[in-house]
Design a binder for this molecule. Structure first.
Ligand code: AMP
Ligand code: ZN
Length: 141
């Protein structure tokens, strides 16, 4: 078993554990974008999100919520944060075991920086995309 994060789950490589259930494991990122940057992973090996069974994924967001609360999330903007999950090298994935980043955003300089090149579109183009995607979704639900 050579996967880095599988080895972290097994305790073969040390990590600063934040949270654990039978299905998920969370630990501090070794190169944090901000203090408290946490990685949350399923205890199921798969490189990309769509390879992970639903019962593992179902525990991810409740765990991410607990982590966010522990980091300081409240109902106002005192503590702000991003949840990020990358799939593929182009999409900035480095480690080939699915992981969700919970990243505090304390100020402009720290935390996640986002480049968001939104493109102009129109109703007809969106309608076409909608029709195609809806057809493809039918078999996946
Ligand atoms: P990604 O670019 O989404 O694949 O992110 C991989 C993340 O894993 C990076 O933020 C790394 O800092 C983090 N990372 C790599 N090795 C370790 C490790 N041994 N312990 C904790 N975090 C790690
Ligand atoms: Zn793995």
């Amino acid at each position: 078993m050579s996967c880095l994060f599988c080895r972290i789950i097994k305790g073969e490589i040390p990590s600063f554990k934040i949270y654990e259930t039978s299905k998920v494991y969370a630990f501090l990122d070794i190169n944090p974008l901000a203090e408290g940057h946490t990685l949350l992973i399923p205890k199921f090996h798969g490189a990309k999100m769509h390879e992970i069974p639903d019962d593992y994924l179902a525990e991810i967001l409740p765990a991410a919520r607990k982590i966010a609360l522990a980091l300081g999330a409240t109902s106002d903007d005192t503590f702000q944060y991003n949840v990020l999950q990358n799939n593929g090298a182009l999409a900035h994935q480095v480690v080939q075991h699915v992981h969700f980043h919970v990243i505090p955003k304390p100020n402009d300089a720290e935390g996640l920086g986002i480049h968001w090149p939104g493109k102009a579109t129109d109703f007809d183009a969106l309608k076409k995309t909608h029709e195609v995607l809806l057809k493809k979704m039918e078999g996946k639900l």
